[in-house]
Design a protein around this ligand. Structure first.
Ligand SMILES: Nc1ncnc2c1ncn2[C@@H]1O[C@H](COP(=O)(O)OP(=O)(O)OP(=O)(O)O)[C@@H](O)[C@H]1O
Length: 250
C-alpha cells in the first residue's frame, strides 16, 4: 500500500486554480521530492494531504486512511513540518516538543526522553530553555522538525525544511531523514534546491500550475540531464535577457 495516495485533488482560491485535479502516489519507504516554481501549488497540495486545508475535490489517503473522512487516525500516522504555520512560540523549545508529544498521547516520561534525544540530535540543547519566539529562523525550523518527529510518525511531510538552516544543521537534518527512511519511514519534502533533491531523494514530482508535469524515480524524471536542467525544460520561464540598463554600472 502506498504511504500517500492523492487522487484528483483540486483547490481554487477565487478565480485562481491553485491545484488542478492533481494525482500523486508516494510509495512506502521512498524519499520523495516535490519541486516546482513559486506558486506552483506545492504548499496547497501538502496542506490538503495533511489535513490543514479542505480540498474542493479529490481524496488524500495516508496508508489507506482517508485524511478527510478519518482525520485523527490519518494525522496520527503523519509528522508535518508545514510552511508558515505559527508555533506556540511563547513556550520554550523543550516545552513545545513536550506539548506536541502529549497531544499525540505520549506519557510524560516517554516525551521527556524523546525531547532530550531530539534536542541533542538537532543541536538545540543549549536553547532548550529559551522561548521559541527568540529563536533564529533556522532554529525555529529545527524545533518544528523535532515537534513533527516526537510521536514517531510513519510518514514525514516537510515543506521547505532547509530554508534558513545553516549547512551543518542541514547536513544533520539530512542524516536524520536518511536514517528515518532506511528504518522504514517515508519522507515527502518540497524544496527549491534541485541539487539537494537530486542527492537526497529517490523519487521526485515536478509540479507547475497545480498539475504534475512529471513524476517517478529521480533517474526516470531527469533522464540524461541534471534534475535542474530537466526542471527548467519542463517548467520553462528562463529569461536569457540581460538585466535592465539602469542596473548596469559599467
Ligand atoms: N490562501 C490563499 N488565498 C489565495 N490564493 C492563494 C492562497 N494560498 C495559495 N494561493 C495561491 O495559490 C497558488 C499556489 O500557491 P502555493 O503556496 O501552493 O504554491 P507553492 O508551490 O508552495 O509556492 P512557493 O514555492 O512559492 O512556496 C499561488 O498562485 C498562490 O498565490
Amino acid at each position: 500500500m502506498p504511504a500517500i495516495e492523492l487522487t484528483g485533488l483540486s483547490k481554487r482560491f477565487g478565480e485562481k486554480v491553485a491545484v488542478d485535479d492533481l494525482s500523486l502516489t508516494v510509495p512506502t519507504g521512498s524519499f520523495y521530492g516535490l519541486v516546482g516554481p513559486n506558486g506552483a501549488g506545492k504548499t496547497t497540495t501538502l496542506s490538503m494531504a495533511t489535513g490543514l486545508l479542505r480540498p474542493d475535490a479529490g481524496r488524500a489517503l495516508i496508508h489507506g486512511v482517508d485524511m478527510w473522512a478519518e482525520p485523527l487516525k490519518a494525522k496520527a500516522l503523519l509528522g508535518n513540518l508545514a510552511d508558515g504555520v505559527k508555533l506556540f512560540d511563547r513556550l520554550t523549545g523543550e516545552q513545545l516538543i513536550t506539548y506536541n508529544g502529549m497531544l499525540f498521547g505520549l506519557d510524560r516520561d516517554t516525551v521527556a526522553a524523546r525531547a532530550a534525544d531530539l534536542l541533542r540530535l538537532l543541536d538545540l540543547e543549549s536553547a532548550a530553555g529559551t522561548v521559541v519566539v527568540d529563536y533564529s529562523a533556522g532554529m525555529t525550523k529545527k524545533i518544528a522538525l523535532a515537534c513533527a518527529l516526537v510521536h514517531a510518525p510513519r510518514i514525514l511531510v516537510l515543506d521547505e525544511p532547509f530554508e534558513s538552516v545553516d549547512p551543518v544543521s542541514a547536513a544533520n537534518i539530512r542524516d536524520i531523514l536518511t536514517s528515518y527512511v532506511r528504518d522504514g519511514g517515508t519522507v515527502i519534502v518540497s524544496s527549491h534546491v534541485m541539487d539537494l533533491v537530486q542527492r537526497m531523494c529517490d523519487h521526485v514530482a515536478v509540479v507547475s500550475n497545480g498539475r504534475v508535469l512529471a513524476a517517478g524515480t529521480v533517474d526516470e524524471v531527469r533522464g540524461t540531464s541534471s534534475l535542474e536542467d530537466r526542471f527548467v525544460e519542463l517548467v520553462g520561464g528562463r529569461h536569457h535577457a540581460e538585466g535592465p540598463e539602469w542596473l548596469r554600472h559599467s
